[in-house]
Design a protein around this ligand. Structure first.
Ligand code: GLA
Length: 656
């Protein structure tokens, strides 16, 4: 069974409401209630005085209604008495100023004083509730963002990180190439985390330095997460531990963060206004597949917060949810691998910054339209009791590199975004009904037929060798522009042709590149005579062994190869030297999926996606209409007619 959860903040409500709230959640069909994440000041109202009786009572009530609990550690919001006595536990901003108390997520993840207090409250909780069979799982903190704090504690930690990594400043200087602009360090103490300079000069920083800043921030967040998980495990070795992720600015390497946790999870807030822009149709599908990659590919994930009402906190108050949104988006999460979906939140807050960030119930507390829709969804899921036993098996994989992500944050060319490069391939695959995994450079390629490497910018030579071996043994590899550009320190590679490491595999090299951005129109003409708009970045390709699939049509390099294919061993390598319109990706993915023997469906119209979960001899194909328009199309031997945000689940025998 897919587990249904509800986010609940009992500390925000008069206790006379608890019993009825909990009984109504059980009546709705909720299985787990997620509590605790922001309640530190009620758990420890003053230094060392712990009050858990209220939480005991809530847990008992939830259990008495046959539900379990996801218990959050409250470290996201240190209580005011702690900030008052130790203001140094607050994070520092880019300019070194401390954040203002009274908001949240403003604790410094590394500060030793904060760590002591955090450890103490987690020990209190874990010794009290660890091993309690009513606890379904633990959630660490809340939406832990990458540690970009600039306080003295983080500065010292950053310097130690660099010492560990490079040993001496001489080696660091060499690795970073600090000779440019007289930037050679003579002591690690001279190096401060990024952001102590005015923001508008941030493009002036050495990209190799920025890359290590981002890596440090990520590692430090992973270490904070593991610190909490290890304490809980001391008391409850079998605990299932997760943390709810979100994609903020400059986010961390989630694979690294989740390595100490048991389950990946995510806060799923898709666009509450169905996008008219086809560019956005598949953004949520990509986010969900990305979350599935946080643990290795056979793992699935949970949703800790699922959209249940109109938003209205971090931006303007948003429109009402369209009918079908709650059900459609929740099923989309299940389609992409969620086994648990917990809705945010039971009741809308009446005070605080989120009083217009709606939960399931509005302020009037009535069982409204959204409540009835969720009830319908829970009823519908009962028809699929075996879903949890199924998994997503993919024959295609798209490589995600955290180093590429970090590096493109600081050195942008006009109109070139790393995620967009991944998404162009991803959306084409899901629109063809092809399951696709997002993988990391050190993941195994077993089971895949097609490996797509969009903008693999910071290149590890051993990865390039593995990709070549994959093609040699019959796989299809797709390499794109902006690959093989930098070494692992983030510096450009000298005296080699681009894409460095992949030229032999691709049977071609790049002679010159034209970062056209949006300034010039460019197009490519395929050997079959089709013309696709292209632009953003154009590599002028020279073939060594490869066959030319498409040529540029404009500028001084009209007639030069843009897209090539090389037979390599038993397999193929494609080089896509530019960024094209969607139809171009569809054209080539259709061809290469067919050639590689990947099964697909080519009748889904724009905006429709399909993902298949298989297991126990059964296959469940989830077909979802992401668009704001009704879609009617051929499917199998019949026709499907789908409303916006409608999900159809087609059950068949597993023939894979
Ligand atoms: C995040 C947080 C929640 C809440 C929602 C509302 O996901 O985890 O506590 O603030 O946003 O948008």
């Amino acid at each position: 069974m897919i587990t249904i959860g509800m986010d609940y903040y009992p500390e925000q409500w008069d206790e006379s409401l608890w019993e009825a709230d909990i009984a109504e959640m059980a009546d709705l069909g909720v299985n787990v209630v997620r509590i605790g994440e922001f309640a530190w000041c009620r758990m420890e109202p003053s230094d060392g005085l712990f009050e858990f009786e209220w939480l005991d009572e809530v847990i008992k009530k939830i259990a008495s209604h046959g539900m379990q609990i996801i218990l959050g550690t409250p470290t996201n919001c240190p209580p005011m008495w702690l900030i008052d006595s130790h203001p140094e536990i607050l994070q520092c901003e880019r300019d070194g100023r401390r954040t203002y108390p009274g908001i949240r997520g403003h604790r410094c993840q590394t500060n030793p004083v904060f760590r002591n207090y955090a450890e103490r409250i987690i020990r209190e909780m874990a010794s009290r509730y660890g091993g309690n069979s009513d606890i379904f799982a633990w959630q660490i903190d809340n939406e832990i963002e990458s540690n970009h704090c600039t306080c003295p504690s983080c500065t010292a930690k950053f310097q130690n990180y660099l010492k560990r990594k490079y040993g001496t400043v001489v080696k660091l200087n060499r690795a970073w190439g600090t000779i440019v602009w007289s930037g050679e360090f003579t002591d690690f103490k001279q190096i401060h985390p990024l952001t102590t300079m005015p923001v508008n000069k941030s493009d002036w920083f050495n990209p190799a330095f920025i890359l290590d800043c981002e890596r440090f921030a990520s590692e430090s967040t992973a270490e904070y997460t593991a610190f909490q998980a290890n304490i809980i495990r001391e008391y409850d070795p079998d605990a299932r531990i997760t943390t709810n992720s979100c994609f903020g600015d400059r986010f961390q390497d989630f694979r690294e963060q989740f390595s100490s946790l048991d389950v990946a999870s995510y806060d799923n807030y898709p666009a509450a206004v169905v996008p008219e822009d086809p560019e956005e149709f598949y953004s949520n599908a990509f986010a969900l597949d990305f979350v599935r990659s946080f643990k290795r590919r056979e793992k699935k994930f949970w949703i800790m917060e699922e959209l249940a009402g109109p938003m209205g906190c971090w931006g303007p108050v948003r429109p009402a949810l369209e009918p079908g949104m709650i059900e459609g988006y929740a099923l989309q999460a299940v389609a992409h691998g969620a086994d648990l979906v917990s809705f945010f939140r039971w009741r809308t807050a009446s005070s605080g910054a989120e009083m217009f960030c709606h939960g399931l119930l509005d302020h009037n507390g009535r069982k409204n339209r959204r409540y009835l829709e969720l009830k319908h969804l829970i009823g519908r899921l009962k028809n699929y009791p075996d879903l949890e036993k199924t998994e997503i098996k993919s024959e295609a994989a798209i490589l995600y590199s955290a180093d590429a992500e970090y590096s493109f944050r600081s050195q942008k060319s006009d109109d070139f975004k790393y995620w967009t490069q991944l998404r162009l391939f991803h959306e084409t695959a899901v629109n063809l009904g092809v399951n696709v995994d997002i993988i990391r450079p050190d993941d195994s390629f077993d089971g895949y037929r097609v490996l797509i490497l969009p903008a693999y910018f910071v290149t590890d030579p051993s990865f390039a060798q593995r990709a070549a071996a994959f093609a040699e043994n019959g796989g299809t590899v797709v390499v794109t522009t902006r690959s093989g550009v930098k070494d692992i320190h983030g510096n450009c590679i000298m005296f080699r042709d681009l894409p460095v490491g992949f030229t032999e595999l691709c049977g071609c090299h790049v002679e010159e590149s034209d970062a056209v951005g949006t300034t010039a129109r460019q197009s490519v003409r395929t050997k079959e005579g089709y013309v696709f708009r292209a632009g953003s970045w154009c590599d002028i390709v020279v073939t060594d062994n490869a066959e030319v699939l498409a040529e540029y049509q404009g500028k001084y390099y009209a007639g030069a190869p843009a897209i090539t294919r090389n037979r390599y061993g038993e397999g193929y390598a494609y080089y896509i030297g530019t960024v094209g319109e969607k139809a171009m990706y569809r054209f080539y993915l259709h061809e290469l999926f067919f050639q590689a023997g990947v099964r697909m469906t080519d009748t889904f119209p724009e905006g429709v996606e399909a993902v298949t979960r298989t297991g126990d001899g059964k296959a469940y194909t989830f077909i979802f209409n992401n668009s704001p328009k009704r879609k009617i199309f051929e499917y199998g031997s019949g026709k499907l007619d789908m409303k916006p945000l409608e999900m159809k689940i087609v059950e068949t025998m597993d023939e894979s």
